[in-house]
Design a protein around this ligand. Structure first.
Ligand code: SF4
Ligand SMILES: [Zn+2]
Length: 377
């Protein structure tokens, strides 16, 4: 049974029932009585699987069915994750598996993240798909990162939390090989998971989708408070943090929500934490194909709210027209772009054109006035 790995975090009960402790959902999973092998899983029922579709209870033991299963392995610029202040202009190896512990209908990566709903609705057919995702060893990922001159490995595309067993192995090997570990995460993991993973993470982009608990409950099937605690814990542990928010018209882009979210970043992490405003794209979304796209003015409004809250670095893709407008205003602190400007004298520090990076800083500080810009190497 090479590719079914016993889960790291769960509680067993004498009845054979298991409770997963990986994320705050704490799924109660009923035992499947068939043999512990892929072939016998075809009769699996919904109650034998966790919500994320990555954990099965086989005869009272919980197994990770995504262990060593890879759906994407690409060499990417770190800016694509997006992380703009962590080793700018360098490459990472991006690893993705499948499954997610949230259910956001706007998800752009739903084909790999939302296998859970397919698995839950028809376990037998979905498991045959999952079984066909390529298998890979942890050390192969590290070797590929080294061969491609990457400075680190990013755990991305789907939520890395639900691949804890495998990701942890890769992260340990990565540190041995002097590679950095970068998480792109929804931040929805348990305290026990947090204790295990934080020592191995060097940088993270956390997707903070809203500052409204109701939004998290009804839209994402998650919990805001857990995510805020995890973000704070990551910041306190010295992990390099950047925050992303996908702007959704009428759902999370009102003033109060964005101001509270940006103020949280300023007060509980740092005003120098980069905030990335991401565009929602209806055509690639999972269940929101008819939802209106966000327009330029809404992005500009979000940018201004972030500035008002005190954030020094806010980034948004596209918006050439708005840049022109900002130039006319002769104020680069209002320039919505991918470039980094000094937070003190507004001198250009990093120029980004798509994924090409040109640097004008001096060891992470402004060349002109010496202001520290929190650009980590
Ligand atoms: S990781 Fe998956 S199985 Fe475990 S509690 Fe979360 S959703 Fe449930
Ligand atoms: Zn300066």
């Amino acid at each position: 049974m090479s590719d079914l790995k016993e889960a790291l975090l769960y509680e067993k009960f004498s009845s054979g029932v298991a409770m997963c402790e990986l994320c705050p959902r704490n799924c109660i999973i009923m035992p499947y009585r068939g043999d512990v092998c892929w072939e016998s899983l075809s009769n699996l029922k919904k109650e034998n699987l966790g919500f994320c579709g990555t954990r099965v209870n086989l005869k009272g033991k919980l197994y990770a069915i995504n262990y060593g299963r890879v759906t994407s392995l690409d060499v990417d610029p770190i800016e694509k994750k997006p992380l703009f202040h962590f080793h700018p202009g360098n490459k990472v190896l991006s690893f993705g598996s499948f499954g997610c512990n949230l259910r956001c209908p706007n998800c752009h990566n739903w084909e790999i993240s939302q296998t859970s709903s397919l698995i839950n609705s028809c376990p037998a057919s979905a498991l045959s798909i999952v079984k066909n995702f390529s298998a890979i060893e942890a050390n192969e990922i590290v070797n590929q990162a080294l061969e491609n001159n990457c400075f680190g490995i990013s755990y991305t595309f789907n939520e890395p939390t639900v691949s804890l067993e495998f990701v942890l192995e890769v992260m340990r090997l990565a540190h041995k090989a002097k590679l950095k570990n970068i998480w792109v995460t929804n931040g929805f993991f348990s305290q026990k998971t947090r204790k295990i993973i934080l020592p191995w993470i060097d940088a993270a982009n956390v997707d903070l989708k809203s500052f409204n608990q109701k939004f998290y409950r009804s839209h994402c099937k998650g919990s805001l408070i857990t995510i805020l605690r995890n973000i704070e814990a990551m910041g306190n542990q010295g992990i390099h943090l950047e925050i992303s928010t996908l702007l959704l018209s009428k759902l999370n882009n009102d003033f109060q929500n964005l101001f509270q979210l940006a103020t949280f970043i300023v007060k509980r992490i740092s005003p120098y934490t980069p905030w990335h405003l991401l565009n929602f794209s209806a055509s690639v979304s999972w269940q929101m194909q008819d939802w209106p796209s966000i327009d330029d003015q809404e992005i500009k409004k979000a940018f201004k709210i972030g500035k008002e809250a005190g954030l020094k670095f806010i980034y948004a893709r596209r918006l050439q027209a708005l840049n022109q407008e900002a130039k006319q205003e002769q104020d680069s602190s209002q320039n919505i772009s991918l470039d980094t400007f000094c937070s003190n004298c507004q001198a250009l520090a990093v120029k980004r054109s798509e994924y090409a990076v040109e640097r004008f800083d001096e060891n992470g500080s402004c060349q002109k006035c010496g202001q520290k810009l929190f650009l980590d190497y």
